[in-house]
Design a protein around this ligand. Structure first.
Ligand code: TXA
Ligand code: MG
Length: 341
C-alpha cells in the first residue's frame, strides 16, 4: 500500500479513507495519532497490527464535540466541568462505557473508555466530516518515540496505512494527561501538560496523582503505562543541571560521538558547538517537551551514536510529563552511573 501525505486541502481524501475503514494518521496539539473509525471493529483491529501494539492496551477515542461522547460513554459532573475548562485540549478522560456501544478491540475489554477532544481544527473537521468518533493511539511503531511531525509517522508506518494528514509540527510534543473519572477519587494515570493541581482547582476536590511505577506482573490502571514507550538500541541517560560539567567532559572523552540534548542556556554555559553532536531543546521546559521525541529520533537515525545524554528538568508538577517520558526513554538510567569511577 502506498502511504499518501495529504495537505490540509486534501482533507476529503482522508475523510473517504476513514469512511471505508482505512487508517489515517492525524495531527493533534500533543502528538500525531493513528486514526480509524471507532465503530468499525475491523478498522480498529488494523491499528494494533500497524503499530505492533499489544491488544490489551486500549485506545483513546477522539471526538469533535462533547455531545459525541453520549453515544458510547456515560458523562458525569466531573467530566462536564473538565470539558468546560480544558476541551478542546490535552486532557483524556476515562469514563464508564455504555454497555455494548464499543467493541472490546477499542476498550481492551474494560468497562471504561478513554476519550479526548483534540485542539486541532483540521482533525476535528476530519472527525466531523467522517461523522464518527476516531480511535487514535500515538502514530508510532510500538516502542518508538511518539511522532511530532508527519515525517516521523511516515518513517514508522509507510506501507501500512492509507495516509497522513499533515498539520505541521505538534505544539506540545508529549501525550495528553489521562485522568480516570470512573473511580471514587479522580486519578491521573499519565502526566501531561494539564497538571493535577489545575484539575483540582476546577473540580474543587483532591486529585490523586497515581502514576506509580507498574511492575510487569501487575494489572495496571492505564494498561499502556507498563510498556517501556521507547526502547532504543541506544543508551539514554538523564542529566540534571549540576551534572552537566562532568557529563560534558565524559562525552568529549569518548571515542564514539555522544548525542547531547539540552536547553540553550546549558549549551551556552558549557560552550558546546556543532562538533559536540548537540540537539537543542530550545529555551525552556515547554520547548524541551516539544522537541524531546524529535531529538531522540534524530540520534536514533545516526549509526555512529550509541549513547544519548538528555537534560532532566527540575521536578515540578509542570515538568512531570517531560520527566516521565524522558525517564521511560532512559529506562531510569542516570548519568551518574557513567561518572562513578
Ligand atoms: O495525546 C494523546 O493522548 C495522543 C494523541 C494522539 O491523542 N494519544 C495517545 O494514545 O497517547 P496512546 O494510545 O498512545 O495512549 C493512551 C493511554 C495508554 O496508556 C492506555 O493504556 C490508556 O491511555 N488508556 C486507554 N484506555 C484506557 C482505559 N479505559 N482505562 C485506563 N487507561 C486507558
Ligand atoms: Mg503511545
Amino acid at each position: 500500500m502506498e502511504t499518501k501525505i495529504w495537505t490540509p486541502d486534501e482533507l476529503p481524501a482522508a475523510v473517504r479513507a476513514i469512511k471505508r475503514g482505512s487508517l489515517v494518521a492525524f495531527p493533534t496539539e500533543t502528538v500525531y495519532g493513528l486514526g480509524a473509525d471507532a465503530f468499525n471493529e475491523k478498522a480498529v483491529g488494523k491499528v494494533y497490527a500497524a503499530k505492533g501494539r499489544p491488544s490489551d492496551n486500549p485506545l483513546i477515542v477522539h471526538v469533535a464535540d462533547p455531545e459525541q461522547i453520549d453515544a458510547f460513554a456515560q458523562r458525569n459532573e466531573w467530566a462536564d466541568k473538565l470539558i468546560k475548562a480544558f476541551w478542546p485540549g490535552p486532557l483524556t478522560m476515562i469514563l464508564p462505557v455504555k454497555p455494548g456501544a464499543l467493541s472490546a478491540t477499542v476498550t481492551g475489554g474494560l468497562d471504561t473508555v478513554a476519550i479526548r477532544m483534540p485542539d486541532n481544527d483540521l482533525t476535528r473537521s476530519l472527525i466531523r466530516e467522517a461523522d464518527t468518533p476516531i480511535v487514535g493511539p500515538s502514530a508510532n511503531t510500538s516502542g518508538r518515540p511518539s511522532p511530532t511531525i508527519a515525517q516521523h509517522v511516515y518513517h514508522d508506518l509507510h506501507g501500512k496505512i492509507s495516509g497522513i494528514l499533515d498539520g505541521g509540527s505538534t505544539r506540545i510534543g508529549v501525550e495528553s494527561t489521562v485522568i480516570d473519572l470512573s473511580t471514587d477519587v479522580p486519578t491521573v494515570l499519565r502526566p501531561g501538560k494539564i497538571t493535577p493541581e489545575q484539575i483540582e482547582v476546577i473540580l474543587g476536590t483532591d486529585v490523586e496523582a497515581g502514576q506509580h511505577a507498574v511492575k510487569a506482573d501487575e494489572v495496571p490502571k492505564a494498561p499502556g503505562m507498563k510498556y517501556r514507550h521507547y526502547a532504543p538500541d541506544k543508551d539514554v541517560y538523564m542529566v540534571t543541571k549540576d551534572e552537566w560539567t562532568q557529563a560534558v567532559i565524559w562525552a568529549q572523552s569518548q571515542l564514539d560521538p555522544v548525542g547531547i540534548m539540552l536547553t540553550n542556556d546549558l549549551i551556552a554555559e558549557h560552550q558546546l558547538s556543532e562538533m559536540d553532536f548537540v540537539w537543542s531543546l530550545g529555551p525552556d521546559a515547554d520547548s524541551a517537551a516539544a522537541k524531546l521525541f524529535a531529538g531522540l529520533r534524530h540520534f536514533d537515525a545516526q549509526p555512529n551514536i550509541n549513547t544519548i545524554l538528555v537534560a532532566k528538568m527540575p521536578e515540578t508538577s509542570a515538568n512531570a510529563a517531560y520527566n516521565n517520558r524522558l525517564n521511560k526513554a532512559a529506562g531510569g538510567q542516570d548519568v551518574s552511573e557513567l561518572l562513578e569511577d
